[in-house]
Design a protein around this ligand. Structure first.
Ligand code: GLP
Length: 254
């Protein structure tokens, strides 16, 4: 595992965007696994800048998002569909048909989850999967207790996650109770994982994910099983780590 500790959120965002841009340059038809939440926003802003100012070309890129709430209309400003279009897709030259986000409004949610897995397979899997981390150690919406072999499915959100995400809604009562999320097994099949975290509220989860035992109680700890995972975190998120880490990539990444 590679762990890069940066001084600031902006530096995390720049490095993450550079790694993704590098892949887009070298593999114009790459599949990007994308995440929502506040953490990847800076990386998305930088990718938009690279598209506008440097001509970074997304015209053949395919994307797969990690998760979506159940029961929020796609145009609801808290849905992850809305989030992705507002914060990335509408600002770059991605083809809408190449965008994949789990459908939280499907009549048959289970069938939609199976279909999502098939679509990922049909595109040859995910090349780089961007991940945030929940303060309770969740990845995507795989809450503590999620099977480490899980696939895309319907999950119930924990009260902690609903409280964490309530800041985006008028009140906690409006935060959906259910979601559709790629499973941990699905995420681990991506060829590369890029986990971003910033701020003191993530320090415990980051330490448990990186230095704790692999356990379903900390879903992010499953990334220890992955052969190519890079954590890019700031000092506050790194504060509870005990081993020694670096501030630069140890190799040219692609
Ligand atoms: C959300 C998302 C995750 C995200 C996490 C952290 O609930 N489902 O994909 O990584 O929680 O969010 P944030 O980046 O806002 O701290």
């Amino acid at each position: 595992m590679e762990v890069i500790i940066k001084e600031s959120y902006d530096q995390i965002s720049l490095l993450a965007a550079q790694i993704i841009a590098d892949l887009v340059h070298h593999r114009p038809r790459a599949s990007l696994g994308l995440a929502t939440g506040s953490t990847p926003l800076g990386a998305y802003r930088e990718l938009i800048r690279m598209h506008r100012e440097e001509g970074l070309d997304f015209s053949q890129i395919v994307t797969f998002n990690l998760d979506e709430y159940v029961g929020l209309a796609e145009d609801n400003d808290q849905s992850y569909h809305y989030f992705m279009w507002e914060n990335l897709f509408k600002h770059i030259n991605i083809i809408p048909a190449n965008v994949h986000i789990p459908d939280g409004n499907a009549k048959d949610l289970e069938e939609a989850c199976e279909h999502y897995e098939m679509e990922i397979d049909d595109h040859g899997g995910v090349d780089v999967q961007l991940l945030g981390i929940g303060s309770n150690g969740h990845i995507a919406f795989n809450e503590p207790g999620s099977s480490l072999g899980s696939r895309t499915r319907i999950k119930t959100l924990t009260q902690q996650t609903r409280r964490d995400n309530a800041r985006f809604f008028a009140s906690i009562d409006e935060v959906p109770k259910y979601c559709v999320t790629m499973g941990i097994g699905t995420i681990l099949e991506a060829r590369k994982l890029l986990l971003l975290a910033n701020g003191a509220s993530k320090a415990e989860a980051v330490a448990a994910a990186l230095e704790g035992p692999i356990t379903a109680s900390v879903p992010a700890s499953a990334v220890q099983l992955h052969p190519d995972v890079t954590f890019i975190i700031d000092k506050a998120a790194a504060a509870k780590l005990k081993r020694e880490y670096h501030s630069e990539l140890s190799r040219v990444d692609r």
